[in-house]
Design a protein around this ligand. Structure first.
Ligand SMILES: Nc1ncnc2c1ncn2[C@@H]1O[C@H](COP(=O)(O)OP(=O)(O)OP(=O)(O)O)[C@@H](O)[C@H]1O
Ligand SMILES: [Mg+2]
Length: 292
């Protein structure tokens, strides 16, 4: 499997440019698409899913142009949109059977496949309840199940873990890790820990541009020696936040423990072991400051 995104741009009808000259080569494995709100993640995913089209550039899936041959993509695609609508009156099982039929699954395989997926997303006990009465996290799990029905070779999931509780989030991470084989998985999120363990590559997207595509290890290396912790009192905090990229803060009895990412450490700080979250923030902030 090979997906080549070549210099694509997208300008919406109101003139807003959501993607600029975006390129990426995606191979078998899990790609984590990380970026802040409005970065262009969903725009890119909709284009790759052939729901939307780019205004410039080209996308090739296994050397086949997806604009000219959208059905080639659709035949192997599983897609979970960011806002996933369900038919409220159908039960979870009915809904999945319905989507399975639309996706052209054989009658003989529908029963087993729907049953397997209900188990996979932990909804067996609720399968006879109407989806309209489900919680946000349960609906999201129905969404994940429908994207997997046809055992897709290209799985595109847009913020799949939104609304999931920590237990279900962990379950989802394991599920993605188990989806090995000759498959491309593209997963967008702004929660770095969602992709930390599973992604073979990470693409950081900001303001419609591909800031960097790299392995989690190399992204982490980019902030070696740059993450520091310092303790400040309330009145000193504003100053720190003004000067540095603050990755986290914790209030303790001796003051506010602030974790910052910077090339030049302030006095009275100690260097700490970087996390992928630090590296992500640093990458985004560096890109932002080069843009104004
Ligand atoms: N149909 C549209 N018409 C005009 N502008 C749009 C449209 N859809 C999205 N945009 C704009 O394009 C930009 C990128 O949006 P997109 O939904 O791709 O971002 P995102 O990275 O998915 O953000 P989020 O993390 O909030 O989901 C935003 O500024 C958004 O307002
Ligand atoms: Mg989005």
């Amino acid at each position: 499997m090979k997906l080549e995104v070549k210099n694509i741009s997208k300008t919406y009808s109101n003139g807003f440019r959501a993607l600029t000259n975006f390129s990426i080569d995606i191979e078998t494995g899990v790609l984590g698409l990380l970026g802040p709100n409005g970065a262009g993640k969903s725009t890119l995913m909709r284009i790759l899913s052939t729901i939307s089209t780019m205004t410039e550039g080209q996308v090739l899936l296994n050397d086949i142009d997806i604009t000219q041959n959208p059905n080639y993509v659709r035949g192997m695609l599983g897609y979970l949109p960011q806002s996933f609508g369900v038919y409220p009156n159908l039960t979870a099982e009915e809904f999945l059977r319905y989507i399975a039929t639309l996706k052209g699954l054989e009658k003989s395989e529908i029963n087993t496949r729907v049953d397997e997926l209900l188990t996979l997303v932990n909804l067996q006990d609720s399968k006879d309840r109407a989806v309209g009465g489900f919680s946000g996290g349960m609906k999201q799990r129905v969404g994940i199940a429908q994207a997997l029905l046809n055992d897709p070779k290209l799985l595109i999931v847009d913020e799949p873990t939104v609304g999931l509780d920590p237990e279900e989030r962990a379950r989802f991470r394991n599920l993605i890790a188990e989806l090995s084989g000759d498959r491309i998985v593209i997963l967008s999120t702004h929660i770095v820990s969602d992709v930390e363990a599973t992604a073979s590559d990470i693409a950081v997207i900001n303001a419609g541009e591909n800031v960097t595509t790299t392995s989690p290890e190399d992204l982490l290396k980019s902030v070696t020696g740059k993450v520091h912790e310092t303790v400040v009192q309330q009145d000193g905090f504003a100053d720190i936040r003004e000067k540095y990229i603050v990755s986290s803060m914790i209030r303790r009895s001796d003051g506010i423990h602030v974790r910052i990412v910077t090339d030049e450490a302030p006095d009275n700080s100690k260097t700490v072991i970087p996390s992928l979250e630090d590296a992500y923030l640093y990458t985004i902030e560096t890109h932002r400051s080069n843009h104004v």
